[in-house]
Structures are given as C-alpha cells and as structure tokens.
Design a protein around this ligand. Structure first.
Ligand SMILES: [Zn+2]
Length: 468
C-alpha cells in the first residue's frame, strides 16, 4: 500500500467527477515516461519553463510548451472551493462543477463536445479550488479555449430536468463516498472534530439536507460570484506555441468582463493544544482493525516550503514503499500490520494534519500495535533517520516530482493545484532545487517536531467481534 500524497499533489481530499479516460497508461506511454523521468532528472532545470500573462480583465494565463507528443492539456482553475460555500448550502461548489458540464446554450454537453474532438475531460472540486481539465489532440486547442470562455461568460441553467438529474447524482455520490464506506461516517465525524470552526471540518460534498436545498438560482448566484475571469487561471500545456496561445486566449477570454472582487474569509480554529480526539467505530463490515493517526504538521505559509519538503522526505523514509523503515519493522519483522499509508497535503491553503493509516493483522490487539508504534516513533524523534534511509527517500521524492513534471496529464493537475493554493510559478519551478537542498538535519528536526507530540486524533475501525 502506498498513497503518500506529498510532493506537489493536493488531491487526497478532492471530489473527482467524470473520470472517463483517466489514469490509463499504455505500455508504450509508460516506457516513454520512464525515459522522460531519466532525461528530466539529468537536465533538471528549468522544470517547466512556464510563460505567464495577465489579461486586462484579470485572467491569469500560463503556458508550458511541451512538444514530445501532439497533445494539449487545457485547465481552467477557479479560486473557489467547498470552504467558500455558504453555511446553508455546503457542497454547492461541487454541484456547480457538475452543472458546468452542461455549460451554455452553445455547448450543452461539454463531455460530448470534447469526446468528438478525440479528447477527454475531467473536473475536481477541493476545499480550496475547482478545476476543469481537457486533454486533447493539439489541433483541438482553439475549440477548447472557445468552449471554456463561452461557459465562463454564458453559463446558464435553462433545463430543470438536467438540474434535478445532477442533484440526484450528487446525492448518490455522497452515499458512495461518505455514507456507505466503512470508515466514511467515522471520518466525517473526526474531520469535523479536528476543525470545529474552520471549514476544513466540513465534507466537500455537503450533507444530505444541503444537497436537497440546492436550487438553480443558488447555483447561478454561486457562479456569478466566483466564476469571473479575475478569479480564474487558464493553464495550457502541450504541443503549442506560447505566443500564439496568448493571442488565442485574448481572443477567446478578453471580452469577458471582470466581476466584483471576492474575498475569502477563513475562520481559524480555537486553540486545541492538549486535546486528543479518539473515535472508535465497531462494525461487521471489516474483518481486521484499521487505525488512523492524525498529527499536527507544518504549513508552507507559516513554516516555509523548505520545512514542508523536509517533512515529505522524512515521511517517505518512514512510510512509503516496501523498503520504508516502518514497513520493514511493522510488516516484515513484527508482522503486526498488512501495510502503512501516509498522507500530507503540502499545498493546502490552511494547515492540515499528517495522517497515518494502518491495517492490523487479524488477532493483533490495538494496544500491542500502539505501544510498538510509540516506541519506534520515539526512537526516530530521539535519533533521527539513518543517512541511507534519508538518501533513498530524497531520491524517491525527486523521482515522483519529476514524474509529475513530465507527464502531461499529471503536470497540469500539479500546476493547477499549486497555483490554486497560493504558490507562484517560481515556487513550482524551484521544487526540484528545494528538494535537492533538504538536509538530513532539517528532516530530523521536522520529524521530531511532528512526532514528539501525541497524535491529535485517533480513529479506530474495529470488527464487532474483536473490539476491545
Ligand atoms: Zn461529483
């Protein structure tokens, strides 16, 4: 098991919709990516060589030329996410994302239009942003830009039947993502407990009564408020000429009027130092116990990206892959767990915790695992990582980052995610150098900072018969 979502990937808490054509790589593509990884690792800089321009209406345009294959990825990022939803209509950003596929009178079915061009489309709503991505043959770029500009300017919900159908789909999605999975409700509870005031404590998709309260007018109001060109970023990556794309973007988007500026209000949580939440949920839906441990983590705004990257490397060394320190100890040597996962969102707008998840081997008591985990983590706090463990983890993080920066589809998601969360193009270009510059001492210091304290929350999902 490995889902360490660290370097340049904020997607662990995202509602993904419309997943057609996503993540399927042919053997040929995989071989090419491997080659690209090696080439990129050798050349190293500049990472993307992005070019930028801001139109008069405030739309930011970013272009990255990449002529390896005749494809283009177009992404439009709106700086609005579930944290900006009104209190009585949580999840409406996500509902708007669904409705945006029914675009405008000119493009009533965006997925169909993009498919006709030989491409695929996808969209994501996170707590902090909403993004739309099209992957197409490069000669389709003109149509894609016109389509995105048209729905930015002329989105209109004229069909109530489509609206009701999508609202039902969102309701079903909530059941699938939150209410039906064994850990779903427990996670919803703990998310809320960890952020009682901050909107990170809410589900991106909203609750049942919110979804039932959506109306066409409410969705339109949300669109009018947040979907102006001055609250958006257009990113084009692929086999294109940057100067031409800037001209085309001006033609397509330049006539759209800026809207009144919006401010994002974020309430901070009250200080919860010393409070530990524990949730135990017993169910016959699982055969072995699953444990999630939440630790307070540094955040790039307060602590700087260097500290966050040092932690990424430390978490990789401890929890990532079959050779990681804790996998070797807890899986191979002690036989206490089947595997370990770790997630840490470097680019969240506000701070989020590190989350470690394990599945206990049947028959292993939580107490036994917990004592062993505490003993081993305190050894790390006291003595730090072995230099070889650190070197392996650093290489692994750099390889992951280079992979993101060389694969077209991943690259645009990474770019949009970083820009959405307040990082600059310069920050993105320097990621490789920053990771290279992290020292063992920095990593040990941040691991000590995170793990010297008790976890702020523990969630246990137990089989009913063995819960103790
Ligand atoms: Zn959805």
């Amino acid at each position: 098991m490995k889902t360490l979502s660290v370097v340049l990937c904020c997607m662990s808490a995202v509602v993904f919709c419309n997943l057609e054509g996503a993540e399927k790589l042919s053997k040929g593509t995989k071989l090419m990516l491997e080659r690209n990884k090696k080439d990129a690792a050798k050349k190293k800089k500049p990472l993307l060589n992005a070019q930028t321009k801001v139109l008069k209406n405030g739309l930011h345009v970013v272009v990255v030329e990449d002529h390896q294959v005749p494809r283009v990825s177009v992404g439009v990022l709106y700086h609005v996410g579930s944290c900006d939803d009104p209190e009585n209509l949580l999840g409406i950003s996500h509902m708007l994302e669904h409705m945006f596929f029914h675009g405008s009178k000119k493009y009533p079915n965006v997925s169909e239009t993009i498919s006709t061009l030989g491409g695929s489309t996808n969209a994501f709503t996170s707590e902090d942003c909403t993004m739309y991505i099209e992957d197409c043959p490069s000669d389709a770029v003109d149509v894609v830009l016109l389509l995105e500009a048209d729905r930015m300017a002329n989105f209109f919900l004229h069909d109530d039947v489509v609206f009701q159908k999508e609202r039902k789909a969102v309701f079903e999605e909530r059941l699938m993502r939150v209410e039906n999975p064994p850990l779903g409700i427990a996670n919803e509870y703990i998310t809320n407990a960890l952020s009682p005031q901050h909107p990170y404590g809410r589900e991106i998709i909203g609750m049942r009564h919110h979804i039932l309260a959506y109306s066409r007018e409410a969705v339109m109001e949300h669109y009018r408020k947040w979907y102006g060109p001055n609250n958006a970023t257009l990113v084009v990556i692929g086999d294109v000429n940057a100067a031409e794309i800037f001209k085309k973007a001006e033609n397509a988007f330049g006539g759209i009027k800026a809207r009144p500026a919006v401010r994002r209000e974020r309430v901070q949580n009250a200080i919860t130092e010393g409070i530990q939440h524990t949730v135990q949920y017993c169910t016959d839906k699982v055969e072995s116990e699953k444990v999630s441990l939440f630790y307070q983590a540094p955040h790039h705004k307060a602590d700087g990206l260097d500290t966050c990257y040092a932690l990424c490397i430390g978490l990789d060394a401890l929890f990532e892959g079959v050779v990681c320190k804790f996998c070797r100890h807890f899986v191979d040597k002690k036989g206490l767990v089947f595997g370990m996962d770790c997630s840490y969102d470097v680019e969240s707008w506000d701070p989020k915790p590190v989350v470690i998840q394990v599945s206990l081997v049947p028959g292993v008591q939580y107490k036994k695992f917990s004592q062993e985990f505490e003993k081993e983590i305190q050894k790390v706090v006291a003595h730090g990582l072995d230099p070889r463990e650190f070197d392996r983890a650093k290489k692994s993080c750099i390889t992951d980052m280079v992979h993101l920066a060389t694969d077209g589809h991943q690259k645009i998601r990474m770019m949009l995610a970083c820009l959405a969360l307040g990082l600059s193009i310069d920050d993105i270009e320097k990621t490789h150098d920053r990771l290279e510059a992290v020292t063992l001492e920095q990593t040990n210091a941040v691991l000590k900072r995170v793990f010297a304290k008790e976890p702020v929350a523990i969630v246990r999902l137990c089989p009913e018969a063995t819960a103790k």
